[in-house]
Design a protein around this ligand. Structure first.
Ligand code: IDP
Length: 139
């Protein structure tokens, strides 16, 4: 069996509203193994770099402000077909379009404040995991 990894963040809105436990419970129940995890607070420079791909988009400033306004939970998750299965578990970017039972449908407030991040490719999962964790923090 091939096991893959993805990277996630429980974003500031999810942490502020006390949803860490419920979201981690759903992640565990869906068969993901936590390989690395921490509560951390992104600096403006961190968020600008993490979301550099969106730097020309009109919501970039708002996104950086949101992602730096409080702590996040960063984690690396392992499961067969991790990237795709996790994107399915979190649901569409806009919670209004997210399927019933997905994390964003349950816990996200808007397209901007959408509770959780999930990598969109194996390559980005590796880059994003390495952005937040040193090798010795991955188990
Ligand atoms: P994804 O997180 O579902 O992969 P992306 O298009 O990569 O979605 O966007 C990254 C993040 O930027 C989203 O999760 C959301 O927080 C924010 N975002 C995306 N589109 C909008 C928008 O139209 N307005 C405000 N924020 C947005």
């Amino acid at each position: 069996m091939r096991t893959d990894r993805t990277f996630t963040m429980l974003k500031p809105d999810a942490v502020e509203k006390g949803h860490i436990g419920a979201i981690l419970d759903k992640i565990n129940a869906s068969g993901f193994r936590i390989v690395a995890m921490k509560l951390t607070h992104m600096t403006t420079q961190d968020a600008q770099a993490f979301y550099a791909v969106h730097s020309e988009r009109p919501f970039y400033g708002e996104l950086v402000e949101y992602m730096t306004r409080g702590p996040i939970v960063a984690a690396i998750l392992e499961k067969e077909n991790a990237v795709e299965d996790f994107r399915t578990l979190i649901g569409a970017t806009n919670p209004a379009d997210a399927a019933e039972g997905t994390i964003r449908k349950l816990y996200a407030a808007s397209i901007g404040e959408n509770a959780v991040h999930g990598s969109d490719s194996d390559e980005n999962a590796a880059i994003e995991g390495a952005f937040h964790f040193a090798g010795r923090e991955m188990f």
